[in-house]
Design a protein around this ligand. Sequence first.
Ligand code: 4AD
Ligand code: MG
Length: 430
Amino acid sequence: MKTTIAQVPEFQGKEVTIGAWLSNKRSSGKIAFLQLRDGTGFIQAVVAKNDVSEEIFQLAKNMTQESSMYITGTIVEDTRSKFGFEMQVSNIELIHESVDYPITPKEHGTEFLMDHRHLWLRSKKQHAIMKIRNEIIRSTYEFFNENGYVKIDPPILTGASAEGTTELFHTKYFDEDAYLSQSGQLYMEAAAMAFGKVFSFGPTFRAEKSKTRRHLIEFWMIEPEMAFVEHEESLQIQENYVSYVVQSVLKNCQLELGILERDITKLEKVKAPFPRISYDDAIQLLKDKGFTDIEWGEDFGAPHETAIAESFDKPVFITNYPAKIKAFYMKPDPNREEVVLCADLIAPEGYGEIIGGSERINDLDLMKQRYEEHGLTGPAYEWYLELRKYGSVPHSGFGLGLERTVAWISGVEHVRETIPFPRLLNRLYP
Ligand code: 4AD
Ligand code: MG
């Protein structure tokens, strides 16, 4: 019976065949222990000299790392193993012999591993991170589908920038200029006026010359947009969504969190509601903590965000930033024109901003005024104004950066390990 490692618990005491690769191996005179992986999981296979032909025993003993095979044996419980089961081997059919696999079980430097990303993805730790990424995506779809959202796909090639013009990837679109999307937001606003509650999930591109552990050039964003939803209700949606994702990972990725040695007591606390602190209070908090390099009106850097997050044991919303340092579409606070109805959600443990969101300006004249102030003109933006002309309603939305969220939940230091093939300032390969 052909099966996969993930399914072996159903085959206890039975003989099965698995297509697998050899990730590591140990052997003594009469026994060989093969560490196998098949993409669905990891398992140890035991080859005893007395149970198999001499030919098969020699094949097992001399097998090289990452060789591929069909391996047949009986599944038995193994309480010492993290995976709970092992295979007692009766036969091995070698498919392909791997020669000189570069990533050996010893330590390697990051640049070496990044050069071999196409192979590095096979390792246990990288596998665990990608499985957690997958669970975050799965539970995201589940959350929004269960709450009545429609998934809408904004374009990747766009004529306008959503988040400012300095970080755009430019390309030719026949005789016109086009840019790779920085955010699907403007299109999601149009979609919200057509479908009420919508969300997108797709790649976004920013030509940021930042070389930090939080920045990628190409990253994936989840962007919900909701008609008839004002600022405070949007924050509630955000905290419910993030709690749902974290609790789903805790429930469905125990093995992976264990492989990554993640301190799950920190994640268990991530349940709505989340604390909120205004930008004004955050500035005061930083001053009280001894920061002398920040004044009202300036944006926070990574050390500031980390210091603010340290005051809370859950993600924290920083709300109502000065209009000057935020995007043109954010709605001013009706009680205080110089700040906007927005929030950034800062993850705990120094992972920084994972969500940026706001209520949007829904008044046509004010939006026109913002256009003039920001020098935004032309057909690329005219359609966006029409959303304020035909039945404009209060609406809000936000964008969650997938890779920063994966880094935080997995507890990995750098976003480069949270996407299969990272695009970084100095890296376009593999
Ligand atoms: O705060 P940002 O720029 O917000 C927007 O793009 C809005 N238009 C979203 C919306 O309201 N629909 O980006 C949103 C999130 C950030 O909080 C961060 O998590 C992530 O995207 N992000 C990045 N992640 C990795 N690398 C980068 N260079 C990132 N830039 C932003
Ligand atoms: Mg932001």
